[in-house]
Design a protein around this ligand. Structure first.
Ligand code: NOJ
Ligand code: CA
Length: 559
């Protein structure tokens, strides 16, 4: 287990970070060229979404060779250089471990198809169909049957995209191969792993249909999520790879609960250092998932506060721990979701930053968030994401939603929103690429919203992020102190204390775009450590302006 409680993590989605060779696609050498920027931001760990060889059906989350790098991104030598240079700057690299599934182009899968008697056949789930259809009624996360045809009436399981075949972790040979891959990258000098959908690696034995009495495909839910052997396998992985190498581990899970996160991360479990929870990031999503956005504009600040309360409170036991993020490569940008993209764009970006940096848990920044990037206005011709095409089609064919609704909804919610190139400066294509046509459109707002411009402005969002990171360095209570809510009943202001034996910090954020009054039950003499507004004294009664946010520190003499 590693100490990541004092770390700040930055996530790179490499295809859109920085292109170095003019082909319009971000790459490893592009990342190398931006290391000084990342250093100046103050981060400690860099999680890079998958760089491995991949047919790109799910942009790298479908791996066809774990030991080679996608040539679009560079070579293994480029990666070694990146690891070396980053280490010199005190930055550790986290590779993305995608081990719930491989691409169907992986040699193991090809071998399994070519020779049913090969040991590779047992790496996956091959099953005969039933009653002229697939072996069971499971629905995949991407909205189709979780079974694809191999040959004759033989199918293979694929709980994500059709070309992402699920690995059978119950087979010790699979686990051995995964640990070998992990060891290989640890030996290259990386700091650890972000683990893709790690809580789905154990499937119910026998793979029975879910709710067989119901008609149509059914989401398998607890038949594949948080099953008991996930913990068994993670403990084994720790023994084999993580613990002896002091590797950092961040788990990504599907529909995790406070109980499951606690089980995986509690200090005595020796499974994962931290996990994400996506309840905030999916606030306003409906029962049908990301594209069910009927409530997207209707959740309230109270709902936001309730999600924060639920998770922060649950983590106050047994040393359980979160990685906190407000956006990533799978969701719309945080300002479009929770903040403001217009009048209060910069101010809400700072408020949300302060919020994330003051929470209990390790803060994660998703590329572009630190310069207040927002969603572009996409139309169908801009889509790149497999999930978007499929979900849009499912909306029309299964739910009978007409295309004139399905298309704009898909454009609004697609993961493509978060995947536009980083806006570095005001030159052509935002300085992302020298190519005329980048692989994905650049948000046309880049002349105004870019990193170079914000470098020069001491009051910019970028410089506010730097200040937030500095705070984590100087205020120990932010890293390891307890979390307690203040003003739970306030409809708009989120306020909480971070405390240890020496310090008491109070974070207050107006989550709304209007003025609100605040009445503090327990006021104390305090210093305003950081704010997105004019510094102020902490008073029993205050009026906060739109998105006003502060971090106060109780003055020690008053302790
Ligand atoms: C979660 C990843 O973040 C997402 O991008 C991917 O599509 C799925 N896992 C499947 O690997
Ligand atoms: Ca390139």
């Amino acid at each position: 287990m590693a100490d990541c409680r004092h770390s700040v993590v930055y996530q790179i989605w490499p295809r859109s970070f920085q292109d170095s060779n003019g082909d319009g696609i971000g790459d490893i050498n592009g990342i190398r060229s931006r290391l000084p920027y990342l250093k100046s931001l103050g981060i400690d760990l860099l999680w890079i979404s998958p760089l491995y060889q991949s047919p790109n059906d799910d942009y790298g989350y479908d791996i066809s060779d774990y030991y080679s790098i996608n040539p679009e991104f560079g070579t293994i030598d480029d990666l070694k250089e990146l690891i070396r240079e980053a280490k010199l700057l005190g930055i550790g690299i986290l590779m993305d471990l995608v081990a719930n599934h491989t691409s169907t182009r992986h040699a193991w899968f090809r071998q399994a198809l070519a020779d049913p008697s090969s040991p590779c056949r047992g790496f996956y789930f091959f099953r005969h169909g039933s009653a002229g259809g697939p072996p069971n009624n499971w629905l995949s996360f991407f909205g189709e049957s979780a079974w694809q045809k191999a040959e004759g009436d033989m199918y293979y399981l694929t709980t994500f995209a059709a070309t992402q075949a699920d690995l059978n972790w119950a087979n010790p040979a699979v686990r051995k191969e995964i640990y070998k891959i992990m060891t290989y990258y640890m030996d290259l000098g990386i700091a650890g792993f972000r683990m893709d959908v790690i809580n789905t690696i154990d499937k119910i034995s026998g793979l029975p249909s879910k709710d067989p009495d119901k008609e149509g495909l059914q989401f398998p839910g607890d038949y594949i999520i948080d099953r008991p052997n996930v913990e068994t396998y993670l403990k084994e992985m720790n023994q084999e790879v993580l613990t002896p190498r002091h590797a950092v581990s961040v788990g990504e899970g599907v529909l995790v609960t406070p109980e499951s996160v606690r089980a995986y991360t509690r200090t005595d479990s020796r499974e994962l250092d931290m996990m994400f929870q996506f309840e905030l990031m999916t606030l306003g999503y409906g029962v049908l998932g990301r594209y069910d956005c009927r409530k997207l504009y209707h959740f309230t600040d109270r709902d936001f506060k309730a999600a924060v309360r639920k998770w922060q409170t649950a983590m106050q036991r047994d040393g359980s721990y979160l990685g906190n993020c407000l956006s990533n490569h799978d969701n719309i940008r945080q300002l479009d979701h929770f903040g403001s993209t217009k009048r209060w764009r910069a101010k809400s970006a700072k408020a949300l930053a302060l919020f994330n940096f003051c929470l209990y848990g390790t803060p994660f920044i998703y590329q572009g968030e630190e310069i207040a990037m927002v969603d572009p206005h996409l139309t169908r011709k801009d889509w790149k994401d497999y999930e978007c095409f499929h979900s849009s089609e499912a909306m029309t064919t299964i739910l009978h939603i007409p295309p004139w609704i399905a298309e704009p909804v898909s454009s609004r919610m697609t993961r493509d929103n978060a995947r536009t190139p980083v806006q570095w400066d005001g030159s052509a294509n935002a300085g992302f690429t020298k190519a005329e046509n980048p692989w994905m459109i650049v948000n046309p707002d880049y002349p105004e919203w870019n990193a170079a411009r914000q470098e020069e402005d001491p009051g910019s969002v970028l410089n506010f992020y730097r200040a937030c990171i500095r705070l984590r360095r100087t205020q120990e209570a932010l890293c390891t102190g307890s979390w307690t809510e203040v003003l739970p009943e306030h409809p708009h202001v989120l306020a909480f204390l971070r405390r240890n034996e020496k310090e008491t910090l109070l974070c207050m954020i107006n989550l709304s775009a209007h003025r609100v009054s605040v009445k503090l039950p327990d006021c104390f003499a305090a210093e305003d450590l950081l704010s997105n507004d004019a510094p102020r004294d902490l008073k029993p009664r205050m009026v906060f302006s739109a998105w006003e946010a502060h971090l106060f520190r109780k003055i020690p003499s008053a302790l």
